[in-house]
Design a protein around this ligand. Structure first.
Ligand code: 4AD
Ligand code: MG
Length: 462
C-alpha cells in the first residue's frame, strides 16, 4: 500500500478505504473501550486520530508506544463520530519505526518558546514550529511565483565576497588560517597567504552583484542567506538571515515602492490562501496576528511619507508618547519610532522615503536637495522595518565623490563603477528580510523563532 500524507487524507479522500500513514505519536489516551493516538506527520496543522479497540490484533502492542515514537500504521479511514476531527483511522496494524522514552522533551504540556529554542532540533515537531515552517515555505514559494509572473530572473549571487555592500563593516571574515591573529590581518602582505590571496568575507547582501545582472538582464531578484556580525542581541536581528533582493533596471524610487507594496500584499494573500489552519492557530494561541487585519492588508495601499515629514510627526508624537530616543532630523529612526509611525499614526504599513544621506549606504542616489538620498524603508505594525531599498546612484561622478567622502576604497569596486562607465541607466531595488516577514505573518515576537537554526552572538548550536 502506498503511504499517504495526513493532509491528503483529511481533505479529499473517500472514507471506508484502506490507508497507510507514517508519523510521530503526539499523544496516546486510553479509555475503557479504546485507545486513541494522535499522529502527526508534519504535512498539516491537524493530526490524524488512530482508534484501536481491544478486538483489533494490534491492540496489545500499543502499550509500548509513548509520545514521540515513529509509527507506520494502517487500517480503514472512517467518518469520525466525535467532534474535533472529520476522519479517523480504525487501526488494523502498525509497525514501530522508532521507539521513544519518558525522557522525550516534548511531553504533552505546553512548553515555553525559550525552552523550545534549547531543543531547536526537535521543535519542528511541535504545533507551533510545524506552523512556522509551513508558513515560511508558503512565503518562499510565493516569492518565486511573484517574480516569475512579472518576468524577473532569479539571480544567484555569491556568498563569499571581497566587498562590504552596506559599508557598515559588519562582516564575517572567512579564512583557512587557524591562527586567530590572521583574522585581523589587513595589509596586502599579510593577506597574500589567504586562500583567495586577499581578505574574503561572507556577504551582507547580494545587491551589488544583483545590479550587474539587472544592468544586463533587466529585472532580477536574489533569494539567499546573508550574514552580519552585528553585535546587537535583539529580537529582530540574526547573524545569518535570508534576504530577497529585487533589482530593476530603468526603475526609479516610486516604481520600486509600488513593487514592494505589491510584493508584501502578494505574500500576505498567499499565506491567507495556503495556510488558513496555521494562521488560525497563531491567532488563537499567540494573539499577535489577526486574520481579519491580514485580509485588509492584502488589499489596502500603504501610507507614504518623507523622512522629513516623519520626523515632524514623531516630534509631535513625542509630546504625548515617551520615546527612549528623541526623534531628530539626521538621526536614524529607532524601532520605537518605526512602530509609532506604522501603529499609532497610520495603523498600517508605511513607506518612509528620502532619508538623510549621512545615515544611508554609499550607493543610494543623491537627491537634488544634496542632503537626502532616494531611499525608502517599509515599516509595518508590530515589527518596524521589513524592507529597505533605494534608487541607485547611476552617475559615475556622483558615486565616486560619495565613495571618497565616505572613505570607501574604490580599487575593489572598479567592476561596480564600470556599470556606470558603460551604458549606465537609472535602476533601483530593495531587500526584504525573510525572517522578518515570517515574524510578521506568524506573530512570532522573536526572530529566533522564525528560522530552524538561529545564529546570534554567542550562540551557534545545532
Ligand atoms: O536595510 P538593509 O540593510 O538593506 C540592504 O541590505 C540592501 N542591500 C537591500 C537592497 O536594497 N537590495 O537590509 C534589508 C532588510 C531589512 O529591511 C531587514 O528586514 C533585514 O534585511 N535585515 C535583517 N534581518 C535579520 N537580521 C538582521 N541582522 C538584519 N539586517 C537586515
Ligand atoms: Mg535598512
Amino acid at each position: 500500500m502506498k503511504r499517504q500524507r495526513i493532509q491528503e487524507l483529511l481533505k479529499e479522500s473517500k472514507t471506508e478505504q484502506q490507508v497507510l500513514v507514517c508519523g510521530w505519536v503526539r499523544t496516546k489516551r486510553e479509555s475503557r473501550h479504546c485507545t486513541f493516538i494522535e499522529l502527526s506527520d508534519g504535512s498539516c496543522q491537524k493530526t490524524l486520530q488512530l482508534v484501536a479497540d481491544p478486538d483489533c490484533a494490534a491492540y496489545a502492542g500499543l502499550k509500548q508506544l509513548l509520545t514521540g515514537c515513529a509509527l507506520k500504521a494502517w487500517g480503514t479511514l472512517k467518518e469520525s463520530p466525535a467532534k474535533g476531527q472529520s476522519r479517523e483511522l480504525h487501526l488494523e496494524g502498525f509497525e514501530v519505526l522508532g521507539l521513544s522514552d519518558q525522557s522525550y522533551p516534548l511531553q504533552k504540556k505546553g512548553h515555553s518558546l525559550e525552552f523550545l529554542r534549547e531543543i531547536a532540533h526537535l521543535r519542528p515537531r511541535t504545533n507551533t514550529f510545524g506552523a512556522v515552517f509551513r508558513v515560511r515555505d508558503a512565503i518562499a514559494q510565493e516569492v518565486h511565483r511573484f517574480f516569475r509572473q512579472r518576468g524577473f530572473l532569479w539571480a544567484h549571487t555569491p556568498i563569499l565576497t571581497a566587498s562590504d555592500c552596506e559599508g557598515a563593516g559588519e562582516l564575517f571574515r572567512v579564512s583557512t588560517h587557524r591562527d586567530p591573529s590572521h583574522a585581523q590581518a589587513s595589509s596586502a602582505e599579510e593577506t597574500q597567504s589567504e586562500f583567495f590571496g586577499r581578505a574574503a568575507h561572507l556577504t551582507v547582501s547580494g545587491q551589488l552583484e544583483a545590479e550587474c545582472m539587472a544592468m544586463s538582464l533587466g529585472q532580477v531578484y536574489t533569494f539567499g542567506p546573508t550574514f552580519r556580525a552585528e553585535n546587537s542581541n535583539t529580537s529582530r536581528h540574526l547573524a545569518e538571515f535570508w534576504m530577497v533582493e529585487p533589482e530593476v533596471a530603468f526603475a526609479d524610487l516610486p516604481e520600486i515602492m509600488t513593487l514592494a507594496e505589491d510584493f508584501i500584499r502578494a505574500l500576505v494573500a498567499a499565506v491567507l490562501k495556503e495556510c488558513p489552519d496555521e494562521l488560525a492557530f497563531f491567532e488563537k494561541m499567540y494573539r499577535n496576528i489577526r486574520i481579519s487585519e491580514l485580509e485588509t492588508l492584502a488589499s489596502e495601499t500603504f501610507a507614504r511619507i518623507s523622512y522629513t515629514d516623519a520626523i515632524a510627526l514623531l516630534k509631535d508624537g513625542a509630546k504625548k508618547t515617551r520615546f527612549e530616543f528623541q526623534p531628530e532630523w539626521g538621526a536614524d529612526l529607532q524601532t520605537e519610532h518605526e512602530r509609532f509611525l506604522s501603529e499609532t499614526v497610520f495603523g498600517k504599513p508605511v513607506i518612509v522615503h528620502d532619508y538623510p544621506k549621512d545615515i544611508k549606504a554609499f550607493y543610494m542616489r543623491l537627491n537634488d536637495d544634496m542632503r537626502t538620498v532616494a531611499a525608502m524603508d517599509v515599516l509595518v505594525p508590530g515589527l518596524g522595518e521589513l524592507i529597505g531599498g533605494s534608487q541607485r546612484e547611476e552617475r559615475l561622478g556622483h558615486l565616486e565623490a560619495r565613495m571618497k567622502e565616505m572613505e570607501i576604497p574604490t580599487q575593489d569596486l572598479q567592476w561596480y563603477l564600470d556599470l556606470r562607465r558603460f551604458g549606465t541607466a537609472p535602476h533601483a531595488g530593495f531587500g526584504m528580510g525573510f525572517e522578518r516577514m515570517v515574524m510578521y505573518l506568524t506573530g512570532m515576537q522573536n526572530i529566533r523563532d522564525s528560522i530552524l537554526c538561529p545564529r546570534t552572538p554567542k550562540s551557534i548550536h545545532f
